[in-house]
Structure formats: C-alpha cells, structure tokens
Design a protein around this ligand. Structure first.
Ligand code: ASP
Length: 331
C-alpha cells in the first residue's frame, strides 16, 4: 500500500528503475527505485541528490542482490566519484583557487557509526576511505595529509584528480576572477545518497569536491556528520547539497532527522530546514541549498532554494510552499 501511494505521489507506475525528477526545476532530483515484487513496501530504496541515475542504478543493483544499505550507498556514490565528466565529485572535480582538487566525504551506517575525510587529495574514492575510517579506526574524521597517508596504508592508489577539462576551466576562471574568494553559486554540487535495504536498515553517504575555486583549506558541509548527512536507523536519514556554510550553520541533516522524530514527514522536515535558512538570510535568493530525506517507511522528501528564485515573491502571490508543485519559477 505504501508503495502504491509512493508511486502515485511521484506520478510513476513503472517497475524496476524509476528516475523521478521530483524537483527538476530546482535541480534536485531524487531518484526512487523500487520493484514490483515489493508490493507491501517501498523498501529497498535508493535516492540521491541531483540526476545521478547511474549512481542509484548501481546502488539498486547492490540492494537487489541482497546487499546491505551500507554497501549500496558506498558503491552508488563511487560511480560519481570515478566519473570524470562529473566536475563536482571525485576525479575530475573542480579544484580550489590554487588548482588543487580537494575532496570531502562521509558515510554513516545503521548503527550510528560514521566515518569522514576532509581535504583529501589524490584519492579517487574518498567515500571508501571514510568507510575505512569508520570501520578500521577508533576515529570519526581524518583530514588532509593524515587522511591521504591513511588511505595509502589501506591500499588506495595515488592518482592525479585534476583532469585536463577541469584544469582548463580553472585557468579560464583565474583570468577573470582576480583570484577573489566569493561563494561560487554555479559550479558546485554533491552526491548525497540514502538507501534502505531489504532488512529495512538505512545508510547514507555524501561526497563532493566542494565549491569550485574555493580558498585552499575550505571544507563544506558534506563531510560533517549532522550537517551534510545524518542517519538514525529508527527514524530515517537526510543529506544536503548546496552552499555548505549555510547547511553547517543549520546542522541541517540532523535537524531534519530530529524533526521527523517529532512527527514531521520527510517533506515537511526538509521544508522546515530550508525555511530556517531562508529566515536567517536576506540574500537567500542568491544561493542554492537543498535537502533530501527519507523516513523508516521509505517516504521521501526534498526541498531546495536556488539563485533567482524569490521565495518571498512566491508566497506573496498566494502560492503554498509545496515543492512538488511545478509552479515555482525563477524570477
Ligand atoms: N555542499 C557542497 C559544499 O559546500 C557543495 C554542493 O553541494 O554544491 O562543499
């Protein structure tokens, strides 16, 4: 029944892989995957931020063959980390303003364990290093050179992450930027993924190359547990994309899980988190922030603001704040 509602809600009736551009106008497009067999339930489930369909397809493959939510989420996001055409994650990611590709990632399992790496260089799969931190050290977070050294000790290979394309873009940016450190509102994304396996257990991962042309050393929300990602296996999970500074200030993913604990749906919780950011920022229509959340029953929600979208104008016009509406317009 829940699955039926779910498919009805998203307007899709297909079986197998279902890509749902739920909020495509806002460019946060969770993909929902379920099967005809699971008529009583929406699990297993894999959703991610943006249109990373290959990633959710991989996660689904793992889930469908009986794999754990944790394996699925890791292998899912690894697809994007390895994809050089994706300039926002892993190899091929855009560098900082000095030309260094620095990666942030975290992963969280059903037991509340988590691992994270920040400012990691020369390693294609930060999410896997984060998992090693979680499973093979007593720590939660490793940074910079220490994280890189740890990765080599665990058998990861050194690799140049700056592709010709990203190098060319960076050099072009340098010509006109005068090396200024403004928050870049165009060249960033992140893959945040949430999965539920056949046992109903939840895992999540979040991985990014961060803001393009950022100040060297800058770390965003994506590797910060509670900000870029949070999982509570009793309640659900949430992940974020967009201007990480705003997500960190709101501890967005943790907030969303706590709101779901208090009874809000994933959708309501995502909206509340975004609205808190809006309330604190007069310039909220100049940056992009989005959240994606699932609850224990596999209900999905997502909500996003992005540049050019005037929330105030929209509500003044009498619209409701319903993200599944297609009425949202860029000004
Ligand atoms: N949240 C990422 C960061 O701030 C970037 C993004 O998702 O667009 O590093």
């Amino acid at each position: 029944m829940q699955r039926r509602n779910f498919l009805k809600k998203t307007g899709l009736g297909a079986t197998g892989i279902v890509a749902t551009p739920l909020l495509s106008s806002w460019k946060i497009a969770p993909q929902h995957i379920t099967t005809e067999e699971n008529t009583q339930s929406v699990i297993p489930l894999a959703v991610c931020t943006w249109n990373f369909e290959n990633a959710t397809a991989k996660a689904w493959e793992v889930l469908n063959s009986g794999g754990s939510a944790l394996d699925a989420v890791e292998q899912g996001v690894m697809i994007e980390e390895a994809d050089e055409s994706n300039q926002t994650v892993g190899k091929g990611g855009r560098p900082d303003r000095d030309g260094n590709v620095t990666l942030d990632a975290c992963i969280m399992d059903k037991d509340g364990n988590c691992g994270s790496v920040v400012y990691l260089q020369n390693i294609v799969h930060p999410v896997s290093v984060a998992r090693k931190v979680m499973e093979e050290t007593p720590h939660v977070m490793l940074a910079g050179k220490g994280a890189e050294q740890f990765a080599y000790e665990k058998g990861f290979q050194k690799e140049n992450l700056l592709t010709e394309r990203s190098k060319r873009d960076w050099l072009k940016w340098k010509e006109k930027s005068q090396y200024e450190t403004i928050i870049n509102i165009e060249n960033h994304d992140t893959i945040g993924m949430l999965t539920i396996d056949k046992n109903g257990d939840i895992a999540g991962a979040c991985t990014t190359s961060g803001m393009a042309y950022k100040v060297g050393g800058r770390v965003g929300d994506s590797p910060i547990v509670g900000a870029g990602l949070f999982i509570d296996n009793e309640i659900g999970g949430a992940t974020a994309t967009g201007v990480g500074e705003e997500v960190v200030k709101t501890v967005g993913s943790f907030l969303i899980v706590e709101l779901m604990r208090q009874g809000k749906s994933p959708q309501e919780a995502c909206e509340e988190a975004v609205n808190r950011i809006i309330a604190k920022n007069k310039n909220h229509d100049t940056f992009q922030v989005g959240f994606l959340a699932i609850n224990k029953t596999g209900e999905v929600g997502s909500y996003c603001i992005h540049p050019g979208f005037s929330y105030r104008k929209y509500t003044e016009e009498g619209h409701t704040n319903n993200p599944s509406s297609s009425h949202y317009k860029a000004e």
